[in-house]
Design a protein around this ligand. Structure first.
Ligand SMILES: Cc1cc2nc3c(=O)[nH]c(=O)nc-3n(C[C@H](O)[C@H](O)[C@H](O)COP(=O)(O)OP(=O)(O)OC[C@H]3O[C@@H](n4cnc5c(N)ncnc54)[C@H](O)[C@@H]3O)c2cc1C
Length: 462
């Protein structure tokens, strides 16, 4: 039976703000990105420093209340909050320090992707992260991290060399290749299951400040030509070119009409942008786009160019699957389902994987599906609660139609809230072998499953 929180005790134990339901900041503090998740925590603690973490963990243990860890609150399944429990909000810890000589970047766990990009860009470096700048590094790096550098440098977690972690018993450890390597393995894909990360250390990649990047747009009537042309072109691409298909109804301010279109987004990570341009020309020659947007841009600008499409408070339900090919029947299914989408917002991305991502051995990290050549993310989001049933149904029907073609594994960061029990969900995400290894690590570091408000990995029996 949980015991009540002592606000006085908690407030005196931490230096950050302790926000209870009667606080004027409570309504704003309990909000996360997904507006469909409407939870009322008993208390929200905004950590002011790493020193606030152990007291909050201690308080969760003492009261028996569930504990949710939050970075930037972008998790679509809503794991950054909890009804009636304690939220430890790490979002105030945002400092990023770059060591240009050692080519390392130390990032406090509450930083957003934009914080990292702005710090690394002046050094001609980048950490491979996701494509929307307000996303938190905490959840992104612990789950995966798919973005515009995935073929050149892999996932965010492939660049993770160390993490400072506070465990369920309040002790601080460093996870690296030399210290607690099992923990590092688990953190690279196992999410927030093992402890609270206070800082990440990433290896940085070289990246020009001006990147060759942009989009080609194809109207609905062109997809049956453009998609096979894209698949053939993608098969020959060098690692430096990461591309992604996006199907969505463009927001009105893009002035591209109000019908669903397909974008081929791309970013070139090589030294000379002209090489990237030559590759892009080949696709344009094979299938000319209706609109090409290839303006000179900087990394920071490109990384935030989609931000306005994903406003906080959107109502969202997502699903994903990986594929080792993208052939005729799959293309037909994509055309049928994406073509049926009529409202602004919701869409689907097909990330072209392979390259550096695919060369990481399957058992090197907890992230699943390294054999995947394409990763489909069906990201339903809309603004009107009345659209919840139709929006959710579209995502489910599309992803179910693609399921027979998929390989094992799912990316936890592209999963919505579902009724499935924790074990079944974890099995679907990681497959039996990885789940067994993760459960063993969970037993070692969090045997009582204190960190369970996440895509949970049940501890192996003692
Ligand atoms: C608009 C949008 C765009 C996105 N774009 C991409 C993309 O391009 N590429 C991609 O790969 N993903 C993307 N995602 C998915 C994203 O990776 C996940 O939503 C991720 O969980 C967000 O991390 P967060 O810290 O903001 O989330 P939060 O909701 O704050 O946290 C999610 C979970 O991560 C864990 N966690 C967070 N911080 C810590 C910590 N310090 N210590 C321990 N555990 C912690 C906790 O279990 C927590 O429940 C996007 C999501 C959205 C909403």
């Amino acid at each position: 039976m949980p015991s009540p929180i002592s606000m006085g005790h908690l407030s005196s134990a931490v230096s950050g703000r302790v926000i209870a339901p009667d606080d004027h900041e409570y309504e704003e503090a309990r909000r996360i990105w997904n507006g469909m998740i409407d939870r009322r925590p008993a208390v929200i603690v905004r950590a002011a420093g790493p020193g606030d973490v152990a007291p909050v963990i201690g308080h969760a243990r003492a009261t028996g209340l569930p504990l949710a860890i939050r970075g930037a609150g972008h998790n679509v399944a809503g794991t950054g909050t909890v009804d009636g429990g304690i939220v430890l909000d790490m979002g105030g810890l945002t400092s990023v320090s770059v060591d240009p000589r050692g080519r390392l970047v130390r990032v406090e766990a509450g930083a957003t992707l934009g914080d990292i990009d702005r710090a690394t860009e002046p050094h001609g470096m980048a950490v491979p992260v996701g494509v929307v700048s307000g996303t938190g590094i905490g959840g992104l790096a612990l789950g995966g991290g798919v973005g515009w550098l995935v073929r050149a440098h892999g996932l965010t977690l492939d660049s993770l060399v160390a993490a400072d972690v506070i465990l369920a018993d309040g002790t601080s450890v460093r996870a690296s290749a030399d210290e607690h390597p099992d923990l590092l393995w688990g953190l690279r894909g196992g999410g927030g299951n093992f402890g609270v990360v206070t800082a990440f250390t990433f290896r940085a990649a070289t990246l020009n400040q001006a990147v060759f990047a942009g989009t080609l747009m194809y109207r609905r009537s062109r997809w049956s030509d453009a998609l096979p042309a894209y698949v053939e072109w993608a098969a020959g691409l060098p690692d430096e070119l990461s591309t992604m298909l996006t199907f969505l109804v463009p927001p009105p301010w893009w002035e591209l009409g109000n019908e669903v279109v397909m974008f081929v987004g791309f970013a070139w990570a090589g030294a000379d942008g002209r090489d990237g341009e030559a590759w892009l020309d080949r696709l344009q020659a094979a299938c000319a786009p209706d609109v090409a947007t290839v303006d000179p841009t900087t990394w920071v600008a490109y990384q935030s160019s989609m931000d306005a499409v994903f406003p906080t408070g959107s109502r969202a339900y997502w699903r994903n699957a990986s594929f080792d090919r993208f052939d005729g029947p799959m293309i037909e299914t994509v055309i049928e389902h994406c073509g049926a989408q009529t409202w602004v917002g919701t869409g689907a991305d097909v990330h072209h994987m392979g390259g550096a991502f695919g060369r990481v051995p399957e058992d090197a990290t907890a992230y699943p599906s390294r054999a995947g050549q394409f990763l489909l993310n069906v990201y339903g989001f809309w603004s009107d609660p009345a659209d919840d049933p139709a929006g959710t149904r579209w995502v489910k029907e599309f992803s179910e139609a693609m399921r027979p073609h998929a390989i094992e594994g799912q990316y936890v960061n592209f999963l919505g809230h579902d009724e499935a029990d924790a074990h079944r969900k974890a099995l679907a995400a990681y497959g039996p072998a990885k789940l067994a290894r993760l459960s063993e690590i969970k037993r070692r570091y969090d045997p009582e499953n204190l960190f369970r408000i996440n895509h949970n990995i049940p501890p192996a029996p003692a």
